[in-house]
Design a protein around this ligand. Sequence first.
Ligand SMILES: [Fe+2]
Length: 242
Amino acid sequence: MIDIHCHLLPSIDDGAKDMAESLALIRLAVDEGISRIVLTPHLHFGRFNNTLPIIKSAFEVLIAEVKSANINVELAYAAEVRLDSEILTLLANKNLPLYGRYDGQHFMLLEFPHSHIPTGSEALVKYLKKQNITPVIAHPERNRDLLSKPHKIKEFVNLGCWFQVTAGSITGNFGDECQTLALQYIEQGLIQVVASDAHNLKRRPPLLNDARNKVVTLFGEDKAQALFHDNPYNITASLFKS
Ligand SMILES: [Fe+2]
């Protein structure tokens, strides 16, 4: 499996608090059967003021530690970018952390606030699409606006967005409502990626197997292969080419 949304870089956001926790989380992911991980720290203006150079240097420190600990895993980095007009400046300055390039498009992990979908989101998505960037919208099943009006996702489907559901939503860790919406969106064929969105060992670990098994049971092996491997692999493969 491949995990393209997690917070395993140490001391950079609300994920792993130090290097020891990062290494423990990566070991757990590997034990889970995850062979490739894209680290996606929050880039959230005013809260986690990460930049591409900060993420890159934290990544280089981690890579050296993973090597010396002999952990067999492939790592790359991007970011979970919070919706904000600052994205336009980052894009213009070539400082916007992106996933890879696939099918003529760049992809990026885009996060809405959990409380709502802000006015102007559609305009920003349209602009990104014009620049050949396809947003992968993080965990739509946990957004309050979408929980009360699930059909509102269609506006972003029609704009060509991709969507990432969190594994814990599928297994019910975020409650019944999120689980129902996650499964409904998967059933409707709206979801392209499942990822762990792991933050820590206890409450939000980097586990995918239980969610994958549930998807196999409900929707079949081909759907699970697409959500847990093929789609996430395709849109991040170019990050792993040196
Ligand atoms: Fe996240």
